[in-house]
Design a protein around this ligand. Structure first.
Ligand code: ADP
Length: 315
Protein backbone atom coordinates (compact mmCIF):
# COMPACT_ATOMS: atom_id res chain seq x y z
CA UNK A 1 0.00 0.00 0.00
CA UNK A 2 1.32 3.47 -0.94
CA UNK A 3 1.55 6.09 1.79
CA UNK A 4 0.54 9.67 0.98
CA UNK A 5 0.77 12.71 3.25
CA UNK A 6 -1.22 15.83 2.41
CA UNK A 7 -0.25 18.98 4.34
CA UNK A 8 -2.46 22.05 4.76
CA UNK A 9 -5.72 23.45 6.05
CA UNK A 10 -9.33 22.31 6.12
CA UNK A 11 -12.02 24.86 6.99
CA UNK A 12 -15.68 24.96 7.76
CA UNK A 13 -17.65 26.13 4.72
CA UNK A 14 -21.01 27.88 5.16
CA UNK A 15 -23.04 28.07 1.98
CA UNK A 16 -26.51 29.48 1.34
CA UNK A 17 -29.23 26.86 1.83
CA UNK A 18 -32.78 27.41 0.67
CA UNK A 19 -34.39 30.73 -0.13
CA UNK A 20 -33.96 32.59 3.13
CA UNK A 21 -30.85 34.79 3.06
CA UNK A 22 -29.78 33.84 6.59
CA UNK A 23 -30.02 30.08 6.16
CA UNK A 24 -26.73 28.27 5.62
CA UNK A 25 -25.58 24.68 5.31
CA UNK A 26 -22.10 23.77 6.52
CA UNK A 27 -19.51 21.48 4.99
CA UNK A 28 -15.78 20.93 5.31
CA UNK A 29 -13.41 22.02 2.56
CA UNK A 30 -9.95 23.39 1.87
CA UNK A 31 -7.72 23.10 -1.17
CA UNK A 32 -5.39 20.25 -0.19
CA UNK A 33 -8.10 18.64 1.92
CA UNK A 34 -10.30 18.45 -1.21
CA UNK A 35 -7.40 16.77 -3.00
CA UNK A 36 -6.94 14.33 -0.11
CA UNK A 37 -10.62 13.32 -0.22
CA UNK A 38 -10.73 12.75 -3.97
CA UNK A 39 -7.35 11.01 -3.97
CA UNK A 40 -8.47 8.60 -1.24
CA UNK A 41 -11.71 7.88 -3.10
CA UNK A 42 -9.77 7.19 -6.31
CA UNK A 43 -7.02 5.11 -4.69
CA UNK A 44 -9.25 3.14 -2.30
CA UNK A 45 -7.33 0.45 -0.43
CA UNK A 46 -4.25 0.94 -2.64
CA UNK A 47 -3.18 4.01 -0.66
CA UNK A 48 -3.28 5.32 2.85
CA UNK A 49 -3.90 9.08 2.68
CA UNK A 50 -2.87 10.94 5.84
CA UNK A 51 -3.58 14.60 6.57
CA UNK A 52 -1.07 16.77 8.42
CA UNK A 53 -2.88 19.80 9.80
CA UNK A 54 -3.88 21.31 13.13
CA UNK A 55 -7.32 21.78 14.63
CA UNK A 56 -8.54 23.03 17.99
CA UNK A 57 -10.08 21.11 20.86
CA UNK A 58 -13.60 22.46 20.30
CA UNK A 59 -16.69 20.60 19.10
CA UNK A 60 -16.30 21.84 15.53
CA UNK A 61 -12.73 20.53 15.34
CA UNK A 62 -13.96 17.16 16.58
CA UNK A 63 -16.63 17.14 13.89
CA UNK A 64 -13.93 17.81 11.31
CA UNK A 65 -11.81 14.92 12.57
CA UNK A 66 -14.87 12.67 12.34
CA UNK A 67 -15.50 13.83 8.78
CA UNK A 68 -11.89 13.13 7.78
CA UNK A 69 -12.28 9.62 9.18
CA UNK A 70 -15.59 9.12 7.38
CA UNK A 71 -13.68 9.90 4.18
CA UNK A 72 -11.11 7.22 5.04
CA UNK A 73 -8.39 9.79 5.72
CA UNK A 74 -5.83 8.89 8.37
CA UNK A 75 -5.98 11.47 11.20
CA UNK A 76 -2.81 10.32 12.97
CA UNK A 77 -1.05 13.57 12.01
CA UNK A 78 -3.90 15.96 12.82
CA UNK A 79 -2.42 17.99 15.64
CA UNK A 80 -4.46 19.59 18.41
CA UNK A 81 -3.91 23.20 19.49
CA UNK A 82 -5.33 23.73 22.97
CA UNK A 83 -7.95 26.47 22.86
CA UNK A 84 -7.65 26.70 19.05
CA UNK A 85 -10.47 26.73 16.50
CA UNK A 86 -10.65 25.92 12.78
CA UNK A 87 -10.93 28.54 10.05
CA UNK A 88 -14.30 29.28 8.48
CA UNK A 89 -15.55 30.83 5.25
CA UNK A 90 -18.94 31.86 4.00
CA UNK A 91 -20.09 31.77 0.39
CA UNK A 92 -22.34 34.57 -0.84
CA UNK A 93 -24.17 34.29 -4.14
CA UNK A 94 -25.47 37.48 -5.77
CA UNK A 95 -28.57 37.87 -7.96
CA UNK A 96 -26.55 36.87 -11.04
CA UNK A 97 -25.28 33.69 -9.35
CA UNK A 98 -21.75 35.14 -8.93
CA UNK A 99 -20.03 33.82 -5.83
CA UNK A 100 -17.92 35.75 -3.34
CA UNK A 101 -16.31 34.62 -0.10
CA UNK A 102 -15.74 36.00 3.39
CA UNK A 103 -13.01 34.28 5.42
CA UNK A 104 -12.32 33.96 9.14
CA UNK A 105 -9.03 32.12 9.04
CA UNK A 106 -6.33 34.44 10.37
CA UNK A 107 -6.45 32.78 13.81
CA UNK A 108 -7.05 29.23 12.56
CA UNK A 109 -5.28 26.44 14.43
CA UNK A 110 -3.94 25.16 11.09
CA UNK A 111 -1.47 28.06 10.99
CA UNK A 112 0.26 26.49 13.98
CA UNK A 113 0.49 22.95 12.58
CA UNK A 114 4.34 22.94 12.48
CA UNK A 115 5.09 24.91 15.64
CA UNK A 116 6.63 21.95 17.48
CA UNK A 117 8.66 20.59 14.52
CA UNK A 118 12.38 20.68 13.77
CA UNK A 119 13.74 20.23 10.24
CA UNK A 120 15.19 16.82 11.15
CA UNK A 121 12.03 15.64 12.90
CA UNK A 122 9.76 16.74 10.07
CA UNK A 123 12.14 15.31 7.45
CA UNK A 124 11.99 11.97 9.28
CA UNK A 125 8.21 12.11 9.28
CA UNK A 126 8.01 12.98 5.55
CA UNK A 127 10.54 10.24 4.74
CA UNK A 128 7.99 7.65 5.85
CA UNK A 129 5.73 8.54 2.90
CA UNK A 130 5.89 7.69 -0.80
CA UNK A 131 4.23 10.97 -1.75
CA UNK A 132 3.93 14.30 0.08
CA UNK A 133 1.61 16.99 -1.30
CA UNK A 134 1.17 20.60 -0.27
CA UNK A 135 0.16 23.85 -1.92
CA UNK A 136 0.90 27.55 -2.08
CA UNK A 137 -2.01 28.03 0.31
CA UNK A 138 -0.25 25.75 2.81
CA UNK A 139 2.84 27.97 2.51
CA UNK A 140 0.78 31.18 2.73
CA UNK A 141 -1.02 30.33 5.97
CA UNK A 142 2.16 29.22 7.79
CA UNK A 143 4.43 31.74 9.49
CA UNK A 144 7.35 32.29 7.05
CA UNK A 145 9.86 30.39 9.22
CA UNK A 146 7.52 27.36 9.34
CA UNK A 147 7.01 27.51 5.57
CA UNK A 148 10.81 27.50 5.20
CA UNK A 149 11.01 24.56 7.61
CA UNK A 150 8.52 22.59 5.50
CA UNK A 151 10.54 23.23 2.33
CA UNK A 152 13.81 22.24 4.05
CA UNK A 153 12.24 19.06 5.42
CA UNK A 154 10.81 18.19 1.99
CA UNK A 155 14.23 18.64 0.45
CA UNK A 156 15.82 16.43 3.12
CA UNK A 157 13.18 13.70 2.63
CA UNK A 158 13.67 13.36 -1.14
CA UNK A 159 16.91 11.35 -1.06
CA UNK A 160 15.02 8.80 1.07
CA UNK A 161 12.64 8.13 -1.83
CA UNK A 162 9.81 10.52 -0.95
CA UNK A 163 8.23 12.22 -3.94
CA UNK A 164 7.17 15.83 -3.36
CA UNK A 165 4.18 17.29 -5.22
CA UNK A 166 3.23 20.98 -5.20
CA UNK A 167 0.33 23.03 -6.56
CA UNK A 168 1.04 26.78 -6.24
CA UNK A 169 -2.64 27.72 -6.00
CA UNK A 170 -1.88 31.44 -5.71
CA UNK A 171 -4.35 33.46 -3.64
CA UNK A 172 -3.25 37.11 -3.70
CA UNK A 173 -5.14 37.99 -0.53
CA UNK A 174 -3.12 35.50 1.52
CA UNK A 175 0.20 37.21 0.70
CA UNK A 176 1.18 40.70 1.84
CA UNK A 177 3.22 41.13 -1.38
CA UNK A 178 3.46 39.05 -4.59
CA UNK A 179 7.26 38.96 -4.20
CA UNK A 180 6.82 36.88 -1.04
CA UNK A 181 4.67 34.38 -2.91
CA UNK A 182 7.21 34.21 -5.74
CA UNK A 183 10.07 33.56 -3.30
CA UNK A 184 8.10 30.83 -1.49
CA UNK A 185 6.93 29.20 -4.73
CA UNK A 186 10.41 29.23 -6.25
CA UNK A 187 11.69 27.38 -3.19
CA UNK A 188 8.83 24.89 -3.40
CA UNK A 189 9.28 24.33 -7.15
CA UNK A 190 12.97 23.64 -6.54
CA UNK A 191 12.30 20.78 -4.09
CA UNK A 192 9.28 19.28 -5.89
CA UNK A 193 9.13 16.30 -8.24
CA UNK A 194 5.56 16.91 -9.43
CA UNK A 195 4.52 20.49 -10.23
CA UNK A 196 0.89 21.38 -10.93
CA UNK A 197 0.88 25.08 -11.87
CA UNK A 198 -1.91 26.99 -13.62
CA UNK A 199 -1.44 29.54 -16.37
CA UNK A 200 -3.50 32.24 -14.58
CA UNK A 201 -1.18 32.20 -11.56
CA UNK A 202 1.86 32.04 -13.82
CA UNK A 203 0.68 35.11 -15.68
CA UNK A 204 -0.23 37.07 -12.54
CA UNK A 205 2.92 36.26 -10.58
CA UNK A 206 5.64 35.69 -13.13
CA UNK A 207 4.26 37.67 -16.07
CA UNK A 208 4.45 34.48 -18.12
CA UNK A 209 3.13 35.12 -21.63
CA UNK A 210 2.88 31.55 -22.87
CA UNK A 211 2.71 28.00 -21.54
CA UNK A 212 6.06 27.37 -23.23
CA UNK A 213 7.68 30.18 -21.20
CA UNK A 214 6.38 28.62 -18.02
CA UNK A 215 7.51 25.10 -18.86
CA UNK A 216 10.96 26.39 -19.83
CA UNK A 217 11.31 28.34 -16.59
CA UNK A 218 10.19 25.45 -14.40
CA UNK A 219 12.21 22.86 -16.26
CA UNK A 220 15.42 24.81 -16.02
CA UNK A 221 17.84 22.30 -14.50
CA UNK A 222 14.98 20.44 -12.86
CA UNK A 223 13.76 17.08 -14.20
CA UNK A 224 10.29 17.23 -12.66
CA UNK A 225 6.88 16.11 -13.83
CA UNK A 226 5.18 19.36 -14.83
CA UNK A 227 1.46 19.51 -15.58
CA UNK A 228 0.40 22.99 -16.62
CA UNK A 229 -3.29 23.85 -16.56
CA UNK A 230 -3.51 26.32 -19.40
CA UNK A 231 -7.25 26.98 -19.36
CA UNK A 232 -10.41 24.95 -18.98
CA UNK A 233 -9.47 22.59 -21.75
CA UNK A 234 -5.73 22.69 -22.48
CA UNK A 235 -3.10 20.91 -20.42
CA UNK A 236 0.60 20.69 -21.20
CA UNK A 237 2.73 18.09 -19.53
CA UNK A 238 6.29 16.93 -19.53
CA UNK A 239 8.55 14.76 -17.43
CA UNK A 240 11.71 15.48 -19.33
CA UNK A 241 11.30 12.44 -21.63
CA UNK A 242 7.60 12.49 -22.49
CA UNK A 243 5.93 15.74 -23.46
CA UNK A 244 2.39 16.32 -24.67
CA UNK A 245 -0.74 18.40 -24.81
CA UNK A 246 -4.16 17.21 -23.71
CA UNK A 247 -7.11 19.15 -25.05
CA UNK A 248 -10.55 18.30 -23.70
CA UNK A 249 -14.04 19.58 -24.38
CA UNK A 250 -15.04 21.80 -21.47
CA UNK A 251 -18.29 21.13 -19.65
CA UNK A 252 -20.59 23.75 -21.15
CA UNK A 253 -22.49 24.75 -18.06
CA UNK A 254 -20.45 23.90 -15.00
CA UNK A 255 -22.54 24.00 -11.83
CA UNK A 256 -19.71 25.00 -9.50
CA UNK A 257 -16.03 25.19 -10.36
CA UNK A 258 -14.93 25.05 -6.71
CA UNK A 259 -12.24 22.37 -6.30
CA UNK A 260 -11.67 22.00 -10.07
CA UNK A 261 -7.90 22.37 -9.60
CA UNK A 262 -7.91 20.34 -6.37
CA UNK A 263 -9.71 17.39 -7.94
CA UNK A 264 -7.47 17.69 -11.01
CA UNK A 265 -4.47 17.27 -8.69
CA UNK A 266 -6.13 14.23 -7.08
CA UNK A 267 -6.71 12.64 -10.48
CA UNK A 268 -3.13 13.19 -11.60
CA UNK A 269 -1.63 11.95 -8.33
CA UNK A 270 -3.81 8.86 -8.34
CA UNK A 271 -2.60 8.07 -11.86
CA UNK A 272 0.97 8.61 -10.71
CA UNK A 273 0.44 6.26 -7.75
CA UNK A 274 -0.99 3.67 -10.14
CA UNK A 275 2.13 3.96 -12.30
CA UNK A 276 0.23 5.29 -15.32
CA UNK A 277 2.04 7.10 -18.13
CA UNK A 278 1.94 10.91 -17.74
CA UNK A 279 -0.54 11.23 -20.63
CA UNK A 280 -2.94 8.82 -18.92
CA UNK A 281 -2.57 10.50 -15.53
CA UNK A 282 -3.34 13.90 -17.07
CA UNK A 283 -6.35 12.44 -18.88
CA UNK A 284 -7.62 10.97 -15.60
CA UNK A 285 -7.07 14.33 -13.88
CA UNK A 286 -9.11 16.14 -16.54
CA UNK A 287 -11.93 13.56 -16.36
CA UNK A 288 -12.15 13.82 -12.57
CA UNK A 289 -12.14 17.65 -12.60
CA UNK A 290 -14.70 17.77 -15.42
CA UNK A 291 -17.01 15.67 -13.25
CA UNK A 292 -16.44 17.72 -10.09
CA UNK A 293 -17.44 20.98 -11.85
CA UNK A 294 -20.84 19.44 -12.60
CA UNK A 295 -21.51 19.12 -8.85
CA UNK A 296 -22.28 21.83 -6.26
CA UNK A 297 -19.71 22.48 -3.52
CA UNK A 298 -16.10 21.38 -3.21
CA UNK A 299 -16.76 17.76 -2.30
CA UNK A 300 -19.64 15.81 -3.81
CA UNK A 301 -21.19 12.86 -1.94
CA UNK A 302 -19.32 9.55 -2.22
CA UNK A 303 -22.33 7.87 -3.82
CA UNK A 304 -22.34 10.40 -6.67
CA UNK A 305 -18.57 10.14 -7.14
CA UNK A 306 -18.85 6.36 -7.54
CA UNK A 307 -19.69 6.90 -11.22
CA UNK A 308 -16.19 8.38 -11.67
CA UNK A 309 -14.65 5.34 -10.00
CA UNK A 310 -16.51 3.05 -12.40
CA UNK A 311 -15.38 5.14 -15.36
CA UNK A 312 -11.74 5.02 -14.19
CA UNK A 313 -11.85 1.25 -13.66
CA UNK A 314 -13.05 0.81 -17.23
CA UNK A 315 -10.67 3.25 -18.90
P1 ADP B 1 -8.56 26.14 -10.31
O1 ADP B 1 -8.77 27.59 -10.58
O2 ADP B 1 -9.41 25.53 -9.22
O3 ADP B 1 -7.10 25.72 -10.23
P2 ADP B 1 -8.93 25.64 -13.10
O4 ADP B 1 -9.93 26.60 -13.61
O5 ADP B 1 -7.48 25.87 -13.40
O6 ADP B 1 -9.14 25.38 -11.55
O7 ADP B 1 -9.34 24.22 -13.61
C1 ADP B 1 -8.58 23.08 -13.28
C2 ADP B 1 -8.94 22.00 -14.23
O8 ADP B 1 -10.31 21.65 -14.03
C3 ADP B 1 -8.85 22.39 -15.69
O9 ADP B 1 -7.53 22.27 -16.18
C4 ADP B 1 -9.80 21.38 -16.32
O10 ADP B 1 -9.17 20.13 -16.46
C5 ADP B 1 -10.89 21.26 -15.24
N1 ADP B 1 -12.01 22.19 -15.54
C6 ADP B 1 -12.25 23.41 -15.05
N2 ADP B 1 -13.39 23.95 -15.60
C7 ADP B 1 -13.86 23.02 -16.47
C8 ADP B 1 -14.97 22.93 -17.36
N3 ADP B 1 -15.86 23.92 -17.51
N4 ADP B 1 -15.11 21.80 -18.09
C9 ADP B 1 -14.25 20.77 -17.97
N5 ADP B 1 -13.18 20.79 -17.16
C10 ADP B 1 -12.99 21.89 -16.42
Amino acid sequence: MKRVLVIGEAMVEMRPAGDKPDHYASAIAGDVYNTAVYLKRLAGEDAQVSFLTALGDDALSQRMRDTFEDEGIDTGYVRTIKGGTPGLYMIHTDDQGERSFTYWRSAAAARRMLECDSIEGLADLLSGFDLVYFSGITLAILPPDHAALLIAAAEAARPNGTTIAFDPNYRARLWSAPELAIAAFDNAFAVSDILLPGMDDEHDLYGSQSPKDTINRLQNGHPAHIVLKAGKHVHLYTNGQETGILTVTPVERPVDTTAAGDSFAAGFLSGWLDGLAPADSVARAARVAAFVVTQPGAICPKTIFSSVLKQEQQS
